[in-house]
Ligand binder design. Sequence first.
Ligand SMILES: Cc1cc2nc3c(=O)[nH]c(=O)nc-3n(C[C@H](O)[C@H](O)[C@H](O)COP(=O)(O)OP(=O)(O)OC[C@H]3O[C@@H](n4cnc5c(N)ncnc54)[C@H](O)[C@@H]3O)c2cc1C
Length: 437
Amino acid sequence: MRYASIPFNHNQLGWPAGEHCFTPQPMLREDITADWVIVGAGFAGIAFARRLAEINPDLKIIIVDAHSTRESASARNSGFVIGLPHNIGSSTAELKKANAYRNLLQEGIRQLEQVISQHHLHCDWEQVGKYHCQAERGSDRILKEYASQLDLMDEPWQMSDSEELYLKLGTRFYSKGIYTPGCVLVNPAQLIAGLKHSLPENIQRFDNTPVLGIRYGSMAEVLTPFGIIKTPKVMLATNALSPELRPGLSRQAAMATFASITDPLTDEQLATLPLMQSWGLTPVNAIAGATFRFTSDRRFLIRQHVIPALSGQVNAAQTWQATQLHQRLFHKVYPTLGSVKITHTWSGTISVTRNSAPEWGMLNKFICTASGCNGAGVSKQTVAGSLLADFMMKQDNPYIADMLSLGKASFMPPSPALDIGIKLSLMKECYLGRKEV
Ligand SMILES: Cc1cc2nc3c(=O)[nH]c(=O)nc-3n(C[C@H](O)[C@H](O)[C@H](O)COP(=O)(O)OP(=O)(O)OC[C@H]3O[C@@H](n4cnc5c(N)ncnc54)[C@H](O)[C@@H]3O)c2cc1C
């Protein structure tokens, strides 16, 4: 058996309250049985578990995570809960399935809002929209293309020039930007912690319980270091991580990206900027460019730099390098804020598929998955997880048709061709987006 590569980050989450909002769960230390085993406690795994328990409260459901939700990308992202399709790099592949994506993303937001209000979760949920911005002066082909897609979808948008953006964002770094109202900003660590804590009682959770492999017989045997779980059904909610657990052809690659957060701005620092409310900004090139946020507690968040991470590992040197890049970029975008310090830099993994389609549905008679987030997963992985529970439990749900219409992730070549392909495509995107940083 090829054992699974277990993800690991040499860095600590920096979202305010992020370290303290998670209740540790025990490690699995015996052999047990379950009706369903869910591997991975991020948005996909938690949404799947919640919906499964709702459909049949008598099921014995187990979620295991190699570390804990706190270490998942679900706690480590930039907190854009997007309601509209969003391009990755310079590709507009996702926009082609724009309507189905929009339906799904908005359903994901609706499901999150429902749990937040039902359980009174605190997570700084702010319906403030977002700016999609370009730094390069001159060609605005990508923004124009985005605007025409928004028109086709009948979505409201507003274009701002550099001076108008300065009044909203406090920087003249960007030449143009499109504002769309359909995006929520959130503290993702608080959100996913709340979602996990509010799961129904019949869902048992184990942390620090990496799944090393899955053996097949009359049942599946999920192997962890100190216990085996016998089950007829497994849901893989690992996104592109631990690819060895996935039967069949490889269809996803894990990449790591980094986020940094600053100290809250002092009154004097704030006085150098126009009066600002919380805002979020995504770059026209998601690989080279930077996502920025200004939070309600006056901090800046920067998400930038993408590296290959096929085994889900990120070391301290790579984190340090990201801090240097972020600090330099922050000072370029906000030259008057030279005294503002980055307090934390952390990484998380995303999944990338060749054709931007997700990997969703059954993989063999024991295993199903909701993965392949393609860089954005707060609303997408929530809805993908909950719809998969409906699909597996044969419930009627009109959104299943939207999910299936997204198609299937294409086959990826094995290493070393994959490693070379990823490096070349990252180099290409960084070249195309070189004027965005
Ligand atoms: C820095 C950063 C910023 C981002 N910003 C945004 C954003 O603003 N908006 C947005 O929508 N998306 C964003 N994303 C993407 C988003 O975070 C992901 O799409 C989403 O979290 C994926 O959720 P998931 O549940 O599929 O997987 P994950 O959250 O990655 O969870 C997978 C879980 O599986 C566990 N696991 C893996 N292997 C094993 C194993 N062998 N045994 C047991 N457990 C295992 C892991 O420990 C992990 O907890 C960002 C990602 C990063 C890294």
